[in-house]
Design a protein around this ligand. Structure first.
Ligand code: FE2
Length: 330
């Protein structure tokens, strides 16, 4: 069988995300007491969280980046993994196999990794380590299953190459797109799915000139809660712990998800939502929407000073991004 012709749709999931931060204690408070996750590991090198029976889903490792440094892509089986590795070989991408310590640090049995778009490390694996110990969480639970752990949103100056990466390597499909104008900047956001989850990757790009207005590689990571009650409870807990809402509760027009965005200790956003629709492949139509929210998602801080500090910083970052070429493995 020619592995390169294997159809990978529905056999790939976003499995875990790795963040590098110096603020491990703050991350523990944010994710355990705020988002309501289960603490799986807490040491001076790492704090990691479970949201289901997978050993780790959100891994914060000690380091200076204050950014997402790796995403773990789960392959349904060894055949799918081999197909991806074969595609990478054909594309001349240097792939390394992680050692036992690497696998253990991710909560998987084995992994292969390479430098992905924007320098984000992409890790592929099949077979996570399962942890049957009961979850100790301040929430009724998170939606994972066939859809994986949630999604990540990435800004890029080169949306065509960014989308081609996920589509040609993992057979991602286009769900829909949204045009949004924030502070005079027009953003086009494209939503890609690997399975029934409406999107596991969102790609955001400014129109000409192509700027990257975000300091971090990933603009936000998202998790899906079981219920609106869980979203509301987490919102209240995070606010009472003193965390700022980048966007308060609102609803997206495409997947109908109701969510909020909190500023994480590393400065990028974490979205927590519920009631996102799943895609029926038989009847799905690709639509284009104007505006990222049907209602809500207003910033908590609306004053002139926070507007200027946020958008001034974004403008400077955007101009800086013009000096560097964005990395793509192919
Ligand atoms: Fe999102």
């Amino acid at each position: 069988m020619d592995n390169n012709k294997t159809e990978l749709f529905n056999q790939v999931q976003l499995g875990y995300v790795v963040v590098e931060s110096k603020k491990l204690a703050d991350w523990r408070t944010f994710a355990e007491q705020g988002l309501g996750m289960h603490v799986a590991v807490d040491s001076d090198k790492e704090v990691s969280f479970r949201i289901d029976d997978q050993a780790k889903r959100l891994i914060i490792q000690h380091g200076p980046a204050e950014d997402v440094v790796a995403v773990g892509m789960a392959m349904a089986n060894r055949q799918v993994l081999d197909a991806v590795l074969k595609r990478l070989e054909k594309l001349d991408v240097t792939v390394q196999q992680g050692n036992d310590a690497d696998a253990q640090s991710r909560g998987v049995k084995a992994l292969w990794y390479f430098k992905g778009p924007k320098g984000l490390q992409v890790e592929v694996y099949c077979g996570a380590v399962r942890d049957d110990a009961p979850l100790d969480m301040l929430t009724s639970g998170f939606v994972t299953g066939n859809g994986g752990m949630g999604h990540v949103a990435i800004t890029t100056r080169n949306p065509d190459r960014m989308m081609a990466f996920w589509q040609s390597l993992f057979d991602a499909r286009l769900s829909d797109s949204i045009r949004e104008t924030i502070a005079g900047i027009t953003l086009d956001i494209t939503f890609l799915r690997f399975n029934e989850r409406h999107h596991s990757i969102a790609v955001a790009a400014t129109q000409e000139p192509n700027l990257d207005p975000i300091r971090t590689r990933v603009q936000h990571i998202s998790f899906l809660s079981n219920s609106l009650d869980d979203v509301g409870s987490a919102f209240r807990r995070l606010k009472s712990l003193g965390y700022e809402m980048a966007h308060e509760v609102g609803q997206h027009p495409n997947d109908k998800e109701i969510s909020f965005y909190a500023l994480s200790p590393s400065g990028f956003e974490i979205e927590l939502g519920c009631d996102a629709l799943t895609v029926n492949e038989e009847s799905w139509q690709v639509n284009h929407y104007q505006g990222i929210s049907l209602w809500g998602h207003k910033p908590q801080k609306t004053g002139l000073i926070s507007f200027l500090s946020l958008n001034g910083a974004n403008l400077i970052q955007g101009l800086r991004s013009l000096r560097h070429k964005e990395f793509f493995p192919f």
